[in-house]
Design a protein around this ligand. Structure first.
Ligand SMILES: O=c1ccn([C@@H]2O[C@H](COP(=O)(O)OP(=O)(O)O[C@H]3O[C@H](CO)[C@@H](O)[C@H](O)[C@H]3O)[C@@H](O)[C@H]2O)c(=O)[nH]1
Ligand SMILES: [Mn+2]
Length: 729
């Protein structure tokens, strides 16, 4: 028999040899810089001795981190699935797929947003009797339940419409916000009719939300409402609620064309004061258990509530990885990058992370250890049960048919409620070895790592046609809160028993261990960055030299490393579909994030190690007021309040401005020749000032509600002036 053609192929990125040569030259330059620092350190008693030692430590840390980041560029690979081959071979043996959507708060994550995601995944080009959609509502909200009920009615129209016209994106909100596709000869009437249906539904959901209560008439339409009616339900305190809204096994559950519908389940796991609920990880684990009773799909897709599906074939593409005869059985999960639909032209807050998604994650994927990034990930159910990979793990189970389940919907709901109760996990391995791991605000990364260390592999897949699209943070604070959670959780992993260099030693490739650390070490990188933002400007002010003179040969490695690294990063960004201005915005965001969010994350991890702080999960807001949205669209940086983070940002900006101005004064009025000695610091300070332009604007020029308040201006000037008086040694 001829060997079967693979269901996906893996290709290495081009230009790797040139990259390696280039990297070697930069490495040599970095070594020379460190040698210079070491040899020219002022002796005891000489001016600037401690400052120099600090510079040396900062540069050693930067260099170490730079080496780590190279691991993610060394072995970049791309994967390509073949869905035709999948259909030819397996069309009648496709496995069950369970989609999990998580939501946590009806205000920060409005029910209309949530049901759009649900509707999009119900419309995959996949046999409906093999598809089940679960919504986990950690908000325990009657409104979300109501919205899901509305969506289940609308799906009877929406799913056939999507299939008939190959609609994409399959989120009605996103679909109707774009111009009707001309290639698809959609009947205008049909388009208008379904749009009207959608808008009516949206209107009903939003007006019930605005009213703040659900009428008796609506309540009487579904037995599920009794859960809220018969007992007091608050977000933090309620019984478990499981409602099978559409039972896919029921042959009478059909859409308006008579085709079967996918299963649709609402779940709000039990919450009680005093019981830790473990945030998203807890919700996912409850979903894993509940779904195993109801549909038990072999493959699980996990999406955040704001991530709608954009490609009807996404499930089929994913199956190419899992069902490939040769490589499939050892694959535990496949991760898509996060993409967003609310990105502005120059991406002021650098939400896109082009290089991370197109290079770094693909690079770590090249070591068979793609990171689990929470949303947009397909996984093999088995790999989440704590099972180690073994030869006969995935192999046959792929195609295993489900046993016929005779239980009624009522019985299933009853059993499921027990599985979603607080006490169920007590004294079990859930959260430790089974399911997603607890105790870390980036449950995704640590769980992915643990799965890989049990012998499983994972794939990264970044198709041209984006599979899932979500909502990016649209203000500075929202993003910084998110980055603080990430950096804290990531650094916590580094400190825990899961540190990839120890836990992963011998289990995942060294490149993958390093690759993980690109992110795990975000928090500590804040320290040398803060040093570089504070000390060189002070030295400039006090005339202490830190870098070689232009005429010295030692100037060459400094200049080379500086220019080569920046040029490389510009070219890399442009290659990944960013723009020059987008790159510039990224540099600003890197400084802002590192000196605030990542630094705070660092501090929190230290406090946690000392037992002074606890794990928390600050939810990312998905909606903002109209005023704020307008500024976001105009790419005007949003502050609008006084917070410690903003004071830090403004103070650093002022400090650099003060020393630049004073250096320029000195050069003009006192000693022009000094420039030769100061050139590096002047460039550093000058670039920082240029980068901070939007900060000065928010401090002094803008008058809108998003600008920096007077108190921040006052504090930043006062602190920066005081700092200038500090004697540097
Ligand atoms: O107690 C909670 C808290 C959050 N969530 C859900 O978790 C998802 C992610 O939360 P979000 O506030 O949007 O965080 P992001 O920073 O955008 O999320 C990224 O980072 C998280 C880890 O920090 C991962 O869990 C996410 O999947 C990943 O997209 C959302 O759907 C929430 O509804 C819950 O279900 N229960
Ligand atoms: Mn999110």
């Amino acid at each position: 028999m001829a060997e079967l053609q693979p269901l996906f192929e893996t290709k290495q990125a081009k230009g790797r040899a040139a990259f390696k040569v280039f990297t070697a030259t930069v490495f040599a330059g970095i070594c020379l810089m460190l040698v210079y620092r070491f040899l020219h350190n002022p002796r005891g008693g000489e001016e600037g001795r401690w400052t120099w030692i600090g510079m040396f430590i900062a540069e050693v840390l930067f260099s170490f981190y730079w080496i780590i980041t190279q691991s993610a560029r060394w072995n970049v690979t791309h994967n390509f699935p073949f869905i035709q081959r999948l259909s030819q071979r397996y069309e009648h043996k496709l496995p069950g797929v369970d989609v999990f959507v998580c939501t946590a708060d009806p205000i920060m994550e409005p029910p209309t947003l949530v049901v759009n995601t649900v509707l999009s995944v119900m419309s995959f080009n996949y046999p409906p009797e093999k598809l089940s959609v679960y919504l986990s509502d950690d908000g325990g909200s009657e409104f979300t339940f109501y919205a899901l009920l509305e969506a289940s009615h609308f799906s009877k129209f929406w799913i056939p419409f999507c299939k008939k016209f190959k609609v994409a994106p399959m989120s009605p909100e996103a679909y109707f916000s774009q111009q009707p596709d001309e290639k698809n000869v959609i009947q205008v009437e049909e388009w208008l009719a379904i749009k009207k249906k959608y808008e009516d539904m949206k209107h009903r959901i939003e007006s019930i939300m605005a009213k703040g209560s659900i009428s008796e008439e609506v309540r009487s339409q579904h037995k599920g409402f009794s859960e809220w009616y018969n007992s007091e339900v608050t977000k933090q305190n309620h019984q478990s609620i499981v409602q099978i809204i559409i039972d896919g096994k029921d042959t009478n559950a059909v859409d308006k064309e008579g085709s079967r519908l996918p299963t649709l389940v609402y779940m709000a796991r039990e919450k009680r004061p005093g019981w830790p609920h473990n945030f998203k990880a807890g919700a996912m684990n409850a979903l894993i258990r509940v779904s195993s009773e109801i549909s038990n799909g072999t493959i699980i897709l996990n999406l955040d509530c704001d991530m709608y599906a954009n490609n009807p074939d996404a499930v089929r593409e994913a199956l190419c990885f899992f069902m490939d005869e040769k490589r499939g059985p050892e694959i535990a999960f496949m991760q898509h990058p996060q993409s967003y639909n609310n990105i502005t032209k120059y991406d002021l807050y650098s939400n896109c992370a082009h290089v991370v998604h197109q290079v770094e994650l693909a690079g770590i994927g090249g070591y068979d250890a793609a990171l689990y990034c929470g949303t947009g990930r397909f996984h093999r159910r088995e790999s989440l049960s704590g099972a180690k990979y073994s030869k006969d793990c995935g192999e046959h189970k792929n195609l295993e048919a489900k046993e016929i389940d005779e239980r009624t919907v009522d019985e299933l709901e009853k059993t499921s409620k027990i599985l979603a109760s607080c006490s169920y996990e007590k004294d079990t391995a859930w959260g430790k070895e089974m399911g997603l791991l607890y105790g870390c605000p980036v449950e995704d990364i640590v769980t992915g790592l643990a799965v890989q260390c049990r012998g499983w592999k994972s794939m990264y897949y970044n198709p041209d046609r984006r599979a899932f699209i979500g909502v990016a943070p649209s203000t500075l604070v929202i993003q910084l809160v998110q980055f603080k959670r990430w950096s804290e959780g990531l650094f916590q992993i580094f400190f825990s028993k899961y540190c990839p260099f120890i836990y992963g030693n011998g289990k995942i490739k060294v490149g993958a261990q390093m690759g993980y650390c690109v992110y795990l070490l975000w928090a500590p990188v804040s320290l040398p960055t803060l040093y570089y933002m504070i000390v060189p400007p002070l030295c400039l002010l006090h005339g202490i030299s830190l870098f070689p003179k232009v005429s010295s040969p030692w100037f060459i490695p400094f200049a080379y490393v500086f220019i080569a690294r920046n040029l490389y990063s510009i070219i890399e960004a442009l290659n990944c579909d960013s723009t020059l201005k987008g790159w510039w915005n990224l540099q600003r965001m890197l400084v802002i994030r590192r000196t605030t969010a990542l630094f705070f994350g660092f501090v929190d991890v230290i406090l946690k190690q000392l037992g002074l702080s606890q794990t928390a999960f600050a939810l990312t807001a998905k909606v903002v007021t109209e005023d704020v949205l307008k500024r976001y669209e105009q790419e005007v940086m949003e502050f609008g309040s006084s917070s410690l983070m903003f004071t830090i940002i403004a103070t650093l900006a002022m400090l650099n401005l003060f020393s630049l101005v004073s250096a320029i004064f000195k050069m003009i009025f006192l000693d022009f020749g000094a420039l030769e000695k100061l050139v590096f610091k002047v460039i550093l300070c000058g670039l920082t000032v240029l980068l901070n332009f939007p900060i000065y604007e928010a401090l002094f020029i803008r008058k809108d509600k998003g600008s920096l308040p007077f108190s921040v201006m006052f504090k930043s000037i006062a602190i920066a002036s005081l700092a200038c008086l500090i004697p540097v040694n």
